[in-house]
Design a protein around this ligand. Structure first.
Ligand SMILES: Cc1ncc(COP(=O)(O)O)c(C=O)c1O
Length: 397
């Protein structure tokens, strides 16, 4: 397959073919390169490869063919020039911040982001002299006003975990362009199948591949996607030296995950759509279901504009923490766990788990209430999940 052809193919085809390559054994399923280092013909070749006068693998902290295949396929699916794998979603985000920002720089971050991202912004970046602002995701004017002469990066998560609030990618990209600032988007809830932020003008995309890209809750992984020059000059050297590396085994699992991503996402979305609409129509839950596909979601039109479909995360707003916990404890199919994007339906109480280690004020600003319950709808039969939710609600009332 030529280097140019993948971009013109449809997502389902890219997921199976982009970045494919064969070893001399001509294996049909991708080979797994479990090796820390690579053998040189002689000392002179080692010198030439280290000096970048000759192409070749050196050491799996920064070059590994299994990781390379995953990176190429993900880059093609996001419409980016290059992707770099990392050990987890958080290592992708940490790498992004620390490779692009220096002491004295300013970064603007949306308020409603994953708990660990909030902690990096609040407690780690300031220790290195990096200034931070946390801004309302849905208010582009607030972002315009927050840009300072030393702002280097805008970082958003859309839809946000767990509130499902959206950022307007085109409007944010316009502000970034006007001010010569980079815009990075955490695309975990959508995956490249549902949303391609680079097409709206974002410069960088980050992923926790741990979620839908794996899709079966097996391994951790992450990635950064964007312009080749930026990734090659700023981010690759940081990874090479500091080692937040994606393991070859995990990359191989994730590469296989990408192959089925479009098909899985279609079914995830079908199920979530059906369940969200059915719950929202029940008198008990009307107006208490958050899902971008519902016409009463405040940003439904924006979601329809920038997402292919509406994803598989939905939230219920119950009256209190006690009621949320009682409801979750009575679910029989959905399992209580701190993950999302699995083939099975998962349920989480963010205020006491994923967002428990940020301050009460940050939780409030991020919209994480005590009664909020997050579902990651899986691939089961939708009616079975719906029945499970209904029986748990009845039993907990
Ligand atoms: C939106 C989002 N970004 C980043 C992460 C971090 O990913 P990882 O757990 O792979 O480090 C998560 C984890 O839940 C997430 O939900």
């Amino acid at each position: 397959m030529s280097q140019e052809s993948p971009r013109r193919l449809s997502p389902a085809t890219l997921a199976l073919h982009a970045g494919r390559s064969w070893s001399p054994e001509r294996e049909n399923s991708p080979a797994l390169y479990l090796t820390s280092s690579y053998v040189f013909e002689n000392a002179a070749q080692a010198q030439a490869v280290f000096a970048e006068k000759e192409a070749g693998n050196i050491y799996s902290r920064f070059t590994n063919p299994s990781v390379g295949q995953f990176e190429e396929r993900l880059a093609a699916m996001e419409g980016g020039e290059r992707a770099l794998g990392t050990a987890s979603g958080m290592s992708a985000i940490t790498t992004l911040f620390l490779s692009l920002l220096s002491a004295g720089d300013h970064v603007a971050v949306s308020r409603s982001v994953f708990g660990s991202t909030t902690n990096i912004v609040n407690t780690i970046l300031p220790r290195f002299g990096i200034q931070t602002s946390r801004l309302p995701l849905a208010d582009p004017q607030a972002w315009r006003e927050a840009i300072r002469p030393n702002t280097r990066l805008m970082f958003v998560e859309t839809p946000a975990n767990p509130t499902l609030e959206l950022g307007d990618l085109a409007a944010l990209a316009e502000i970034a362009r006007e001010h010569g600032v980079l815009l990075a988007v955490d695309n975990v809830f959508c995956t490249p199948y549902l949303q391609r932020p680079l097409e709206f003008g974002a410069h960088l995309v980050v992923h926790s591949a741990t979620k839908f890209i794996d899709g079966q809750g097996r391994v951790l992984g992450g990635a950064i996607v964007g312009e080749r020059k930026l990734l090659s000059e700023k981010i690759f050297p940081f990874i090479r030296n500091t080692g937040p590396t994606l393991s070859a085994f995990n990359a191989w699992v994730l590469l296989k995950g990408l192959e089925t991503l479009p098909t899985r996402m279609e079914r995830h979305c079908d199920n979530a759509d059906k369940i969200a609409h059915a719950l929202n129509e029940s008198p008990e839950l009307r107006g208490k279901v958050a899902f971008p596909g519902l016409p009463d979601h405040p940003q439904h039109a924006l979601a329809a504009r920038q997402m292919r479909r509406f994803g598989s995360i939905l939230c219920l707003e119950l009256e209190s923490r006690e009621r949320a916990h009682a409801f979750m404890d009575r679910l029989q199919l959905a399992t209580i766990t701190a993950n999302l994007g699995d083939s099975r339906t998962l349920v989480t109480h963010p205020a006491t788990t994923t967002h428990s280690r940020i301050s009460a004020q940050d939780r409030q600003e991020a919209g994480v209430t005590e009664g909020l319950v997050r579902f990651s709808i899986g691939l089961e039969e939708a009616d079975d999940i719906l029945d499970d939710i209904r029986q748990a609600l009845a039993a907990a009332s």
